[in-house]
Design a protein around this ligand. Structure first.
Ligand code: MG
Ligand code: FE
Ligand code: FE
Length: 168
């Protein structure tokens, strides 16, 4: 833990660490939801969707890494037990038990929208108070906004395809 680095944080550091740990739990669950989704997904446009889900899984794992590093810098400990992810998560976990592309996309869009709300709140909270954490959560927010758009674009293409198939 860096003493001066912790001192310059103009907010309750333990409270901040707790919030970062909640986001950390979200990222691991999001990572697994994408990773397993990419394995089980079925239906039209499968290949394009698998590529997107796989890329997003890697991004979520990178986010978990960024948060863990920041939690440690602040003198905290990232959640050590996967079982605790469920207790701390903001956005939860949606198992892709219906492997149809549309269902998987819907679940992940919902997840991204929750992530956007979570990071927007963290951006607001740390703005002017902790520039280092602010920079971390802002970078993640930018990725989550991109993720939502990527998935909604896939969904739009899929719906067009499904509609065309129906009218044939
Ligand atoms: Mg993408
Ligand atoms: Fe993420
Ligand atoms: Fe994301």
């Amino acid at each position: 833990m860096g003493t001066k680095g912790r001192q310059i944080v103009d907010m309750d550091v333990n409270e901040l660490i707790a919030l970062l740990n909640k986001a950390y739990a979200d990222e691991w669950l999001a990572y697994y939801q994408y990773w397993i989704g990419a394995k089980v997904v079925k239906g039209p446009m499968k290949e394009a969707v698998i590529a997107e889900l796989t890329q997003h899984a890697a991004d979520e794992l990178r986010h978990a890494d960024m948060l863990a590093q920041r939690i440690i810098q602040l003198g905290g400990i990232p959640i050590t037990k996967p079982a605790d992810w469920y207790q701390h998560t903001n956005c939860g976990y949606d198992a892709p038990d219906d492997p149809f592309v549309k269902a998987v996309l819907e679940q992940n869009i919902k997840g991204e929208q929750c992530a956007i709300m979570t990071y927007k709140a963290l951006v607001n909270l740390t703005m002017q108070k902790d520039p280092v954490t602010y920079n971390v959560v802002l970078q993640i927010l930018q990725d989550e906004v991109e993720h939502e758009e990527d998935l909604q674009a896939e969904m739009e293409d899929l719906e067009t395809l499904l509609q065309r198939a129906k009218s044939c």
